[in-house]
Design a protein around this ligand. Sequence first.
Ligand code: HEM
Length: 458
Amino acid sequence: IRYITVSNPNNNNNNKLRPPPGATGLPFIGETLQLISAYKTENPEPFIDARVAKYGTVFTTHVFGERTVFSADAETNRFILQNEGRLFESSYPSSIANLVGKHSLLLMRGSFHRRMHSLTMSFANSTIIKDHLLVDIDRLVRRNLEMWTGRILLMDEAKKITFELTLKQLLSIDPCEWSENLRKEYMLVIEGFFCIPLPFFSLTYRRAIQARKRVTEALHLVVRERRLERERGVKKNDMLAALFDNDCDDVMFSDDEIVDFLVSLLVAGYDTTSTTMTLAVKFLTDTPSALAQLKEEHEEIRARKGASLALEWDDYKSMPFTQCVVNETLRISNIISGVFRRAITDVRIKDYMIPKGSKVFASLRAAHLGQDNFENARVFNPWRWQKTSDSTNFMPFGGGPRRCPGHDLARVALSVFLHHLVTRFSWVAAEDDKLVFFPTTRTQKRYPIMVQRRNVVE
Ligand code: HEM
């Protein structure tokens, strides 16, 4: 494949190139309804498969109000993501942009984005996790699991756990009534992400905007209080402290900037990690041999440590099969099904021309489920990762300058959660439940399970 930026508009060869083939469907709505109805089922693949068969892995469609170049090709996706800021830039729908706030990392661009992205990374990298976040993750996961009994909605429980973890890491706040109320407001904000961003038309969106206001008010109070504490010399080791410390450089963050930044970190880590936790359990329940192997791995760790010691970094590093399960869950469920970008110049991809201004969707899902990229790609098979530790076709956390800064943190949280779950409980699905992929990836009934405490551990 040749990828070339078109810098000379008078180049005749380039002028002959056309945009990728495809169909743009009905006026205004394009193929949006076909896409939504496919993604509302357990098997949305035919939407992509049919177009790939007809037009190839890069095709044109028209979704969510705009003509869009859709890439189902892993190499093209990588090229798009790595050229962030040079050939493409991220482009979120206005519903999401309004709700995360204008100072959010998701919306930042250029050198400021690079700087804030690396600040976020430096707060969630493996050294920091090893040195102090792991202790909190272990404690908060155990604390939640201790309360489980009988029938639970796993998706709700996983959300509670990830929200508590994120709040602790960002603001050093332990679970309490205040944090639980904040979480409820957050759920309303996230509901608003995928609806029409017109308060007049959508009650969900109106509710989301009001909830965002309450969330930012609550966070403003925390930031103000922490500034006062800081003046009194109280030091904390969390994301908010890192943002305050950045004041010492050339930039002084205002409270508004800090609050938007925190809102977007909570948004980005909350739904993604909790849904992955839930789906990992669902896939394991449906694949008993994988669950048995996972249990064995974790029971060995417990046998070494005894019933009650907290997990340490070396324990996390001795969970090879768990990493296979995490990879395979990320590959097959595709919590972030793809990312939207906009071409900031004319770009040549393969033998097509992507005109400047075009909307582009790099479908991570299509690459992960492409039969040419993975053998029996649509089957949950964690053992495949025992053969290939890394794959260039595997990008659940995106790539390039916007690669997810929470990727290590998410992996650790998932592994610790699975460890305590399989060593403390056995469970069965309480009802049939199925996966759907619109508006976000979730199971229809929030995955009800019946849990039973095991005797092997405290
Ligand atoms: C299984 C869990 C997760 C998945 C699958 C996931 C996936 C992704 C993906 C695909 C992107 C790239 C978006 C783009 O290129 O436009 C991203 C960005 C991001 N993620 Fe995650 N993420 C997860 C967990 C987390 C966690 C725990 C955090 C908290 C620190 C986090 C914070 C972010 C932020 C702030 C961005 C925006 C980065 C930027 O635009 O520079 N994510 N994530």
